[in-house]
Design a protein around this ligand. Structure first.
Ligand code: NAD
Length: 353
């Protein structure tokens, strides 16, 4: 066995259908009582329920969270938190909302209680991102890791099937890259394999029958595991490409992950055979990249970058940015090979076996 370092994340997790009702006691457990609630602008039932459950503990609501946390929005939210004398942020939503909570925590130490409603996994990571003048800066800081996370599968029932499937693939990407991470470890690998198994088995039912609570619970359980793997091990070429495509080309986050992943796995297949065998086992297939692609076809996912707004002219630039400062990756990251990967993802063809 290879030597490894393992550090558990100091985060309390409350999981289960109806666990949202524990929100007031979990806020009190943090010693807090003046809550700033964060969300995206859509008027959601989830936001309404959280506001009602917290009652007079709500100091205010800020509902302008958007993808990639623009600095101006972060500063407005920080200012509001200070003005209200908030002693806790409750984030209700996906990675964009959690990300805004992290931006506040980064400069104020305000504890975050996260209530995730997608499968993105940000709530389990000490990773933050902030975008200023079109440049996204990411970093790691222990202060931004939520103190408590409430996973209530009932809150995911409204997540549309197509977004559920894409967000689930985003979670599978965290697990896949943790399995071949340069700094992975056996505990994280176990979680990663189990995360892929849970998501891959639940997503077909989630798409067919979005109100199926058992499948929603299994998918959210997989997403939790995926978030831990993302927060605990480094990421590789796949995440680098998605950061470039999202940050520089403004492609949608979950869909980009979903489209690129089978091709990034194909790129690394021969360089990470043990990881690929575990991914394949978790997917119940013989070959990880094609097995994942076939699952995406079954889920009705968009398969080509050209169908989510990528331009053919942009491929060379994306390959250049991704290879100029690559993340550690099992196979050497070369410009020509990376460009070929991106061309395959652009066309959306099934990766060759
Ligand atoms: P998102 O948070 O932007 O949500 C996508 C859309 O879905 C939004 O319009 C939102 O209002 C809606 N939505 C969310 N939950 C819903 C529900 N249950 N029902 C109906 N609609 C719902 O998308 P995301 O994919 O969760 O997050 C993407 C962002 O998170 C990106 O900016 C990405 O960089 C970041 N992220 C960060 C980390 C990290 O560790 N820092 C990890 C993953 C993602």
């Amino acid at each position: 066995m290879n030597p490894f370092v393992y550090a558990g994340l100091p985060c309390r997790v409350v999981f289960g259908v109806g666990s949202l009702m524990q929100l007031p006691s979990e806020v009190e457990r943090l010693g807090a009582g003046r809550v700033l609630i964060l969300s995206t602008p859509e008027k959601s039932l989830n936001l309404q329920r959280v506001t009602e459950i917290l009652g007079d503990r709500v100091a205010g609501v800020y509902d302008k969270a958007v993808m990639h946390v623009p600095l101006a929005i972060a500063e407005e939210a920080r200012h509001l938190a200070q003005e209200l004398g908030a002693d806790c942020c409750v984030t209700v939503g996906g990675g964009s909302t959690t990300g805004l909570g992290k931006a506040i925590a980064l400069t104020s130490d305000l504890p975050i209680l996260a209530v995730p409603t997608t499968y993105a996994g940000s709530e389990m990571t000490p990773i933050y991102g902030l975008t200023d003048a079109g440049m996204k800066k990411t970093g790691r800081d222990a202060r931004v890791l939520p103190k408590t996370v409430i996973y209530d599968p009932a809150l995911t029932l409204t997540l549309p099937p197509a977004l559920s499937a894409a967000s689930g693939m985003n979670a599978i990407a965290h697990c896949a890259e943790a399995l071949y991470a340069h700094d992975g470890n056996p505990i994280i690998s176990m979680m990663a394999e189990e995360g892929i198994r849970a998501l891959a088995s639940a997503l077909p039912t989630v798409v067919e029958d979005p109100a199926n609570m058992e499948a929603r619970s299994e998918a959210l359980y997989g997403a939790w595991l995926a978030g831990i793997t993302l927060g605990s091990a480094g990421v590789a070429l796949h995440h680098k490409l998605c950061h470039v495509l999202g940050g520089t080309f403004n492609l949608p986050h979950a869909e980009t992950h979903s489209i690129v992943l089978p091709h990034a796995m194909r790129y690394n297949r021969d360089a990470a055979p043990l990881a690929m065998a575990r991914i394949a086992r978790a997917l119940g297939t013989e070959d990880a990249p094609t097995g994942l692609y076939d699952l995406e076809v079954k889920l009705g996912l968009t398969l080509a970058l050209k169908d989510i707004g990528m331009t053919e002219e942009g491929l060379e630039r994306a390959a250049r940015i991704a290879t100029d400062a690559p993340y550690p990756n099992p196979r050497a990251v070369e410009y020509d090979d990376t460009l070929a990967l991106l061309r395959d993802a652009y066309e959306g063809q099934r990766p060759p076996k």
